[in-house]
Write a protein that binds this ligand. Sequence first.
Ligand code: NAD
Length: 370
Amino acid sequence: MDEVRLGLVGVGLRGLNIRRYAESMPALQIGAVCDTDPARLARAQQELDLDPAACFGDYEAMLDSCRIGAVTIGTPMDLHAAQSIAALQRGIHVLCAVPAGVSIEECRELAQAARRSDALYTMAENYIFFRECLMIEELVARGEMGTPYFADGEYLHELKGLNERTPWRRHWQTGINGITYGTHSLGPILRWMAGDRVERVTCRGSGRWHLDPRGAVYENEASCVALCSLRSGALAKVRVDMLSDRPHATHNYQLQGTDGAFESARSPQEPHRVWLRSREQTADQWLDLEEFAAELLPDWYLRHETVAREAGHNGSDFYEMLHFLECVRGEAEPRVGIDVALDMTLPGLVSQQSIASDGEWLAVPDSRQW
Ligand SMILES: NC(=O)c1ccc[n+]([C@@H]2O[C@H](COP(=O)([O-])OP(=O)(O)OC[C@H]3O[C@@H](n4cnc5c(N)ncnc54)[C@H](O)[C@@H]3O)[C@@H](O)[C@H]2O)c1
């Protein structure tokens, strides 16, 4: 089996998570790591048991070292597009943390670089690998939801403290108004509405209610809501709130189709529930989605479930890496290739323009035209 020699850039909170499951993937070899913070680099070297020569403080030096054929990018959001482009230009495959970029212009440059490169670009939108999201995807594929026409995705993650430990968040997530971190909400929705894309967006906010520890008001309004009009005529609502004081609820979803409805659990104690016309229920009866797990979850999911659960984010990080390795080895087509990554990223960037224009409906560019 050919190994994929992987480089990691950005071994902070998220990037180093790979140590929890790397050994269980025979196709994965960690070839190098890079971080500009010497302490983070030293920790990664120790925890991943790497040769000092495989540790870099400079990203381009790692790319040019001939040690890696693929890279995972786990750096702050504003570095994602440029670091992806630098790898693609060298024929190095990319798995980049969300979102794909922080401006429409750099997303355009990324799309062009991905098209020119022989290497693969994928975005690490791991929420599509959540157990309940995969089950709903299968119900849609089987036609049991009918035609999906409304979806709701919410990312409610109070991170004022985390902002201070990872200061880039203070600007890129809570220092800009509108949807700054919307791919976890749109990701599964666009898998369920497969082949569809957001054509127009309007965005409003709920006002500014919180101060940072320095007494400055957060530029991001507490709850920002974008309405997304899809090409099919379907509607999706995305709410992102990283400031309000409340328990986390980072993967709240609803999906309504002509023949089925889904409402995700709003707390770990609740079930995910579905109503399906095909299951001959009365009109108002919900069923626990978990009852269908053995029937709906793919073999590759069930086979790795025990180790995946240890890996973080409900196993999604493990499955995402497994999928990336398959794509690099030519065994699968990427679920989140360049155009889908931008379908998930661009509506948020356009929402930032909309909220600045009093909620004006604005067109979302289609990267396939770039
Ligand atoms: N998919 C998910 O569930 C999920 C969860 C958390 C974070 N993320 C994403 O992952 C990324 C990292 O988040 P985090 O919480 O680990 O942040 P972090 O600040 O803990 O880690 C970022 C790391 O990048 C390093 N870095 C900064 N500039 C660099 C450069 N030029 N070259 C090399 N290294 C550099 C920093 O020193 C740091 O170690 C973010 O883009 C975030 O949006 C995704």
